[in-house]
Ligand binder design. Structure first.
Ligand SMILES: CC(=O)SCCNC(=O)CCNC(=O)[C@H](O)C(C)(C)COP(=O)(O)OP(=O)(O)OC[C@H]1O[C@@H](n2cnc3c(N)ncnc32)[C@H](O)[C@@H]1OP(=O)(O)O
Ligand SMILES: O=C([O-])CC(=O)C(=O)O
Length: 409
């Protein structure tokens, strides 16, 4: 067997072990080549398929951006129309999935989303065909066509799952998807049963654009790990949802707004920020990033939107004012400056949602509604050159212990 020495350039934390250095949290470890998204963490720049996020946020829609991420280029007018029409056809859920969501009405919606995606996969005939093919190692043109159709279905169905959960959790009847509304507007319509305010629809659309992909964070990596075993796309997405839920990742958007609500006044910002700098103190949610050592470009864009939103609809709970005061403290505090910790995308994202009447438990599910396209695009990219993920751990326990029968212990 040939041995190769691989050097990993990391500025991250290394743990020493008897077997050699451990790159804690896989910081800077490359898992594949990608042409989906790129991040310049030092300068705070994000590209999807070569386009700057600012450009897409200003000029595009989630429908167009999700097509771009999935298919690698911007669609023609005709391609976009066909894509949108297919998505509208796929919005409905299998009746068994609706029952799963109903049964989890009292659970946090991220649990329901995870279970509903798995359920939808169990009932999708295309998925069964793909599973059969993958089980004999076949992934050719026909299977790729199935995989892309499943990817589109996943993107189309996520808002229906989230909105249905909201309706069931409030004891309301579901509102069926409406074909004449776009992805973002239809989502708000299914949540609240009325045509949304155009600024609210724009806010959801903008948020969906900004969250569509981000290279390989924990959730996308989780999707790769599952997909690398040749498990199916729905299961890979369910795993990604599970990873996104944590407060160190997508769950931070919910936690950030809950903190602002708890704080209640901008006057407490200094105290809260100071507490986060103490050893063992609570981390400030929505601050810091593994890759960005500069202001997160998505946070900048959504901050502007939140400012516009509260300018129109007010800031009765002081959420924008509190976040602004915290941001000011963070940016001027040596603790955060030395560690290059800046507000991330989760810092501002929940404020406008909260004022749209969306309960904070639904913030992370909306993140998942957007990121699903990144997850599936990455899995499809990885399947072009699949190899099972199987790292190693350095065993530091004892060996060859003598088994003592139960009655002698
Ligand atoms: C969509 C997203 O997933 S964006 C991220 C959302 N998550 C959050 O907002 C949660 C808060 N932030 C964090 O927990 C972290 O910054 C993460 C998880 C985002 C990144 O974690 P890592 O890259 O592992 O950074 P790490 O935890 O090593 O932090 C480096 C240093 O900054 C400190 N630090 C990092 N984030 C924060 C924070 N939010 N508040 C206070 N201190 C922080 C750490 O304590 C550590 O200090 P030390 O060097 O003195 O030990
Ligand atoms: O890249 C990360 O680690 C987390 C993040 O910002 C995202 O997934 O959008």
């Amino acid at each position: 067997m040939s041995e190769q020495t691989v050097q990993v350039k990391t500025t991250g934390k290394i743990l020493q072990s008897p077997c050699g250095p451990i790159i804690h949290g896989l910081e800077d470890v490359l898992i594949k080549s990608t042409s989906i998204s790129d991040i310049d963490g030092e300068k705070g720049i994000l590209w999807y398929r070569g386009y700057r996020i600012e450009e897409l946020a200003r000029l595009s829609t989630y429908e167009e951006v999700s097509y771009l991420i999935l298919y690698g280029r911007l669609p023609t007018k005709r391609e976009l129309e066909d894509y949108i029409n297919r998505m509208k056809k796929y919005r409905e859920l299998h009746p068994a999935t609706v029952e799963v969501i109903r049964n989890l009405a009292k659970a946090h919606p991220m649990f329901a989303l995870e279970a509903a995606v798995a359920a939808e996969g169990a009932y999708d005939e295309d998925n069964q065909k793909l599973i059969e093919a993958l089980s004999v190692g076949r992934y050719k043109a026909e299977e790729k066509e199935l995989a892309y159709r499943i990817a589109e279905k996943l993107v189309a169905k996520m808002p229906t799952i989230v909105a249905y959960h909201y309706r069931f959790s409030r004891g309301l009847e579901v509102v069926r998807p409406r074909d004449d509304l776009g992805h973002a507007a239809n989502f708000l319509y299914m949540m609240f049963g009325r045509e949304p305010d155009p600024l609210a629809s724009r806010g959801i659309d903008l948020y969906l654009i900004l969250h569509a992909d981000h290279e390989v964070p924990a959730s996308t990596f989780a999707a790769h790990v599952v997909a690398s075993t040749l498990s199916d796309l729905y299961s890979s997405v369910a795993a990604a949802i599970a990873a996104l839920k944590g407060p160190l990742h997508g769950g931070a958007n919910e936690m950030a707004v809950r903190n602002y609500l708890e704080i209640g006044t901008p006057a407490k910002a200094k105290e809260i920020v100071e507490a986060a700098t103490k050893p063992g103190g609570p981390k400030l949610m929505g601050v810091g990033h593994r890759v960005y050592k500069a202001y997160d470009p998505r946070a900048k864009i959504f901050k502007e939107f939140s400012r516009d939103y509260v300018a129109k609809f007010g800031d009765p709970q002081n959420l924008f004012a509190i976040a602004s005061a915290i941001e000011q403290e963070v940016l001027s505090h040596p603790y955060f400056q030395q560690r290059k910790l800046y507000p991330n995308v989760d810092f501002w994202s929940g404020i406008a949602f909260y004022y749209m009447g969306i309960p904070y438990e639904y913030f992370t599910p909306i993140f998942a509604m957007s990121r699903v396209v990144g997850w599936v695009a990455h899995v499809l990219e990885y399947w072009e050159n699949n190899r099972i993920f199987r790292p190693r751990a350095c065993y530091i326990g004892p060996h060859d212990l003598q088994y003592i029968p139960l009655e002698q212990r």
